[in-house]
Design a protein around this ligand. Structure first.
Ligand SMILES: [Zn+2]
Length: 462
């Protein structure tokens, strides 16, 4: 905590003495147990009336302190869960044991190998497989089983997994290796494709966005993938795209795309597209509402950039209306453009925008402001970058570096280096992405800073 206090992000903030003592108490409890119920903590604190140093005005006061400890990475805590994860590294390891097949020995021990095999393909995780893995000898000593509910609850909340069927089945996006096939969109009427353009794009943001839309918006996974034949593969869930549907009948595809043409300015994008089956009418009010929800989540997931978060993405559209492709031949144009340069063609930007914006014409000001802000930020890019680096430090503080490293296996960032960059769809690269200690390429300090950001963001949402 000392390091946080000295960090400039927290300058001017006074940390009450009681908080410092609470942190010490939590760390002491951590020696005995990994998880603590909030009510138990409150009972302990309120009964210790003789200890002035731990005096809190009320439970609310204690909750505020816990939120702060969560934000700086000391514990995992969210108001949507009753439990506090005291040992973050232990929590990370519990997840690691699920997603890595580090030894054949482990696989041999998993009784239901077929479940594991399917999970390793499509990311669909039956609850009984979680139990089986955490019961293995290599896991026993860590007592994950005792805290299954708490662990799962925090994993859902952090967007590491999504619940498909209550207490029965989960979706783990980072495990999905199924190749996207454009034919799932056959006989569908598509909207324009809205693009969130990033300068760098760790897959982990995309994965968490999908998990959150399932968990927090209650959107269901569309089951219409009729070209496959094994169990659970009828779900429209792929390595680079997920198709979800709300009660209104409009399906929404959330995809990730890397433009391999090195000359293109906008290389990495998360893209959304609405569609309905032929014979149905696409109602723009539904796609617009989904855009708002998705923007909220993306903002939240990238909020670790603090004041610089405008730098994290720009908004654009695919130059033509066509079913989503993760290896696109179309181009991205900014929402201020009126023509596509590579196509040497004019585009009806208002039409493209109309699927996502209420009244394209009346929102010109908003667009200009957005782009102006972006330009201003680009001018200050060097300064901003320095600020990001500074802001990064508190997130990797207090011996949490190891915890952050634990997440790297899930991230699969495009390197930004042309020679080294590989398609998102390459299975080899996906595998590499899951290997433990897969460090970012040497000399990519900028990227590695960002990776740490996203890793850190795992424990800062709440
Ligand atoms: Zn074009």
């Amino acid at each position: 905590m000392l390091k946080v206090v000295t960090d400039k992000r927290h300058w001017g903030e006074t940390i009450p003495t009681s908080w410092v003592h609470l942190e010490a108490l939590l760390m002491k409890i951590k020696e005995r147990q990994k998880v603590l119920q909030k009510t138990v903590l409150w009972d302990t604190l309120s009964s210790k009336s003789d200890q002035q140093i731990l005096e809190f005005e009320g439970e609310e006061d204690m909750t505020t302190a816990l939120k702060f400890f969560n934000n700086i990475g000391v514990i995992l805590f969210t108001t949507s869960s009753e439990s506090i994860i005291l040992d973050v590294q232990w929590f990370v390891n519990a997840f690691k044991h699920i997603i890595t097949d580090e030894s054949h020995a482990k696989l041999d021990m998993v009784k239901n190998f077929k479940d594991w095999d399917n999970f390793n393909k499509n990311g669909i995780l039956p609850n009984k497989l979680v139990t089986e893995i955490w019961k293995l000898d290599i896991c026993k000593e860590f007592k994950y089983m005792e805290y299954t509910k708490d662990l799962i609850c925090h994993m859902i909340n952090l967007g590491m997994i999504a619940e498909m069927e209550k207490d029965e089945k989960y979706y783990v996006p980072c495990m999905n290796k199924q190749k996207y096939d454009i034919s799932v969109l056959k006989k569908c009427i598509c909207s324009s494709t809205l693009c969130f353009i990033f300068q760098y794009l760790p897959l982990v943001i995309f994965h968490r966005l999908v998990a959150r839309c399932i968990s927090k918006e209650g959107w269901r996974i569309w089951e219409h993938n009729d070209q496959t034949n094994t169990d659970d593969t009828n779900y429209c869930l792929f390595h680079t795209a997920a198709i979800l549907q709300d009660k209104d009948g409009v399906k929404i595809l959330i995809g990730i795309s890397e433009n391999k043409n090195k000359k293109l300015t906008y290389r990495y994008s998360i893209e959304i597209q609405g569609f309905v089956l032929q014979g149905k009418e696409m109602q723009a009010q539904f796609t617009r509402r989904k855009r708002e929800k998705i923007i909220d989540h993306i903002n939240d997931l990238t909020s670790c950039f603090g004041a610089n978060y405008d730098l994290t993405y720009r908004i654009g559209y695919r130059c033509s209306i066509a079913p989503f492709s993760d290896t696109p031949t179309s181009h991205i144009i900014l929402e201020t453009a009126d023509e596509c340069n590579p196509c040497r063609e004019g585009v009806d930007i208002n039409h493209l925008r109309s699927f996502w914006m209420v009244d394209a014409a009346s929102e010109d000001n908003a667009v200009d402001n957005n782009e102006e802000k972006h330009k201003k930020n680009v001018d200050q890019d060097t300064v901003a970058q320095r600020t990001i680096e500074h802001a990064d430090k508190p997130n990797t503080l207090t011996s949490n570096d190891e915890q952050r490293d634990g997440y790297e296996e899930n991230s699969n960032p495009p390197t930004g280096n042309d020679e080294e960059s590989q398609p998102l769809t390459s299975i080899d690269e996906q595998r590499a992405g899951y290997e433990e200690n897969s460090d970012p390429p040497a000399g990519k300090d900028e990227e590695s800073q960002h990776i740490h950001h996203f890793m850190a963001s795992y424990s800062s949402s709440g």
